[in-house]
Design a protein around this ligand. Structure first.
Ligand SMILES: [Zn+2]
Length: 219
């Protein structure tokens, strides 16, 4: 077992230990389910767009089993609007696979508190040239971000940040409907869109209520 400079078990060693525990423990316990998923193929009912943040893993958060969730993760859990130009549309390709290939019944955008991507969008440092792709990626939120902040000049930094994180979920939901195969299935009732937001520090999970236009915490 290797140790890093601080004497801690290295991150990779922890993964190897975790894999052995999985192989000898929970894999054995769920072997019939996994064998069925291999034989029949995956048929998840839910696809979730979540942040790449290491603290917000949908499978852990929802205690999901293999085959339950089709997970798409990127910085700040964003869905870009449909674009024809360009070639490498990772998130759009995954959405297409989930909706057209797997016929998922639910598409969920999962936002979260303490999001580094949203922080970078709210306070870009023009003098810092470290990041090229992240500022460009989160810039899809810029217009909505300005609209949110225009109504919150008296609010605390924490409240403004939370509003931007939740608004990112709404922008992604809106962008989902720019894909015709999402729009058609929502209109026919074959696909439902959900906007959720989690604060793992509490923990508290909220869902966007389309009627009131607010995020309502789950009981
Ligand atoms: Zn995040």
């Amino acid at each position: 077992m290797t140790e890093d400079r601080s004497g801690n078990q290295s991150g990779v060693d922890k993964l190897m230990k975790g894999y052995r525990n999985y192989r000898d423990g929970s894999y054995e316990a769920s072997r019939p389910l996994i064998e069925s998923l291999v034989a029949r193929g995956q048929r998840p009912e839910v696809a979730v767009v979540a942040c790449s943040d290491s603290r917000v893993d949908p499978a852990i958060l929802f205690q999901a089993d293999p085959g339950d969730l089709f997970v798409i993760r990127n910085v700040a859990n964003l869905v870009p609007p449909m674009e024809q130009e360009g070639t490498f549309h990772g998130t759009s390709a995954a959405l297409e696979f989930a909706v057209l290939g797997l016929s998922v019944k639910h598409l969920m955008v999962l936002g979260h508190a303490h999001c580094g991507g949203i922080k970078m969008m709210m306070a870009p440092d023009p003098g810092d040239n470290t990041f090229k792709y992240v500022p460009s990626w989160v810039s899809m939120l810029a217009a909505a971000h300005r609209r949110v902040l225009a109504t919150m000049s008296q609010a605390s930094h924490e409240a403004r940040t939370r509003a931007c994180e939740q608004n990112a979920v709404l922008v992604s939901l809106e962008n989902l409907t720019t894909f015709p195969w999402v729009r058609e299935r929502v209109e026919s009732g074959d696909l439902q869109l959900h906007g959720w937001y989690v604060d793992i520090a509490i923990p508290e999970l909220s869902s966007y209520d389309w009627e009131s236009g607010k995020f309502i915490p789950f009981a």
